[in-house]
Structures are given as structure tokens and as C-alpha cells.
Design a protein around this ligand. Structure first.
Ligand SMILES: [Zn+2]
Ligand SMILES: [Zn+2]
Length: 212
């Protein structure tokens, strides 16, 4: 896949544009920007590379990953996809909660709900949905041929917080075990921070070393 990362928003969230190299169809993962200026950079990339966005996919429902959904949807008119367990975070109570923490959340409710094992077709490439609860009940990872988008489940050298009201440490352990079963050469594109690989994390990530 063609994968381009943009660091956006006040929590420095990684928003990704992932595209099929043959058909140039694309998805936009975690548009966590709350300003149209940040969105412009991404829209320019899409235009310059003649990409056709097909879906907005949220790795989970936290405001730093969803707050620009509405800006993207307004521009391209494409559906918003999120796991069913986090879908309520895109509804009015979730938006109010996010506003309390200073996020200017511009989103609409989900257009379709994702479940473990679903596949998202992007041109001739496919991303498989792996449900990885722990950081949030509806966290997912998106698995390609040799890459995985991990949201706030797995970072380079760390993992997402599990001390939040809807987090679960035991779910997180189970989810990390599932991720560790992916081939070591898989590139990990996390929701924050630098890119890594599954092998690198299995060898050096203290959470994986302690928990697996
Ligand atoms: Zn999060
Ligand atoms: Zn985050």
C-alpha cells in the first residue's frame, strides 16, 4: 500500500492516508485534526497523487482520532466506519464529553459498524479488521499484506493507556498477544509516535516482554 502519515491535532495523532498503488483508491485513517488548515495538507496530498478516498476509518472513538471526521466527510462525501463498541463516541454524548477536554469535534455518527474479521476493500488491496479492545472497548487494528495500523493499542516501545474509565488491562493483554502473532516483518503504523515493526516490539517493548 501507499502509506502516508500526517501528525495532526493537539495530541500529535498520526492520521494516515493508505492507498492501493494500482487503482489509487484510498482510505483515511484517524483524521484527528480540528482545523481545516491541517486538513488542507492532507487534501493536497490526495489531490497531487490523484487518489480517490473511499472510507474514513477510526481505529477507536477517542476525540484525538475522530475530531476531523466531519471535515473529511464534507469534502469527499464518504462513509465513516468504526467498531460497534466505540460507535457511541461519535454520537452527541461522546461529542459533549470530548468538548469538555477542549476538542472541537466535528463528526457525524458512523455510517457503518465494523466487527472483528471484516474486510475493507481499497481498490485491489484489502485491510482486515482485528478487534483489539483494551485501550477502548472498540479499538481495532487494520491488517494489510505487510503492515498493521494499530491506533492506540501498540506504539513503538509502549502501549495505549489502560487506566481510562472504559479501558481494560486484561483485554489489552489479550489484544497484544493477537498482534504479536503477526509476522515479525510487518510494519507497525501506530496512532502516535514513530513507525516500528512487530519483531522490534516483541524484542524491545517492555509491555510485550512482560505480558506475553
Ligand atoms: Zn485513544
Ligand atoms: Zn490517541
Amino acid at each position: 500500500m501507499i502509506t502516508k502519515m500526517f501528525m495532526v491535532g493537539k495530541l500529535l495523532t498520526n492520521c494516515y492516508v493508505a492507498a492501493c498503488p494500482k487503482t489509487l483508491q484510498a482510505i483515511i485513517i484517524d483524521p484527528g485534526f480540528d482545523s481545516r488548515r491541517e486538513a488542507e495538507e492532507i487534501f493536497n496530498f490526495i489531490k497531487e497523487n490523484s487518489l480517490t478516498p473511499r472510507f474514513i476509518v477510526n481505529t477507536h472513538g477517542h476525540p484525538d482520532h475522530i475530531c476531523g471526521n466531519g471535515i473529511v466527510k464534507e469534502k469527499f462525501g464518504i462513509p465513516i466506519l468504526i467498531h460497534e463498541n466505540d460507535a457511541q463516541m461519535l454520537e452527541e454524548p461522546g461529542r459533549k464529553f470530548a468538548a469538555k477536554f477542549g476538542f472541537n469535534v466535528i463528526t457525524l455518527p458512523a455510517d457503518a459498524l465494523l466487527h472483528d474479521g471484516n474486510t475493507i476493500k481499497v481498490g485491489e488491496t484489502t485491510l482486515k479488521v482485528m478487534h483489539t479492545p483494551g485501550h477502548s472497548p472498540g479499538s481495532i487494528c487494520l491488517i494489510g499484506d505487510k503492515e498493521v495500523f494499530t491506533g492506540d493499542t501498540l506504539f513503538a516501545g509502549s502501549i495505549g493507556r489502560v487506566d481510562l474509565p472504559q479501558s481494560s488491562e486484561s483485554d489489552m493483554k489479550h489484544s497484544l498477544k493477537k498482534l504479536a502473532n503477526l509476522p515479525g516483518y510487518f510494519t507497525v503504523y501506530p496512532g502516535h509516535g514513530p513507525t516500528t515493526t512487530i519483531e522490534e516490539e516483541k524484542q524491545t517493548n517492555p509491555f510485550l516482554l512482560n505480558w506475553l
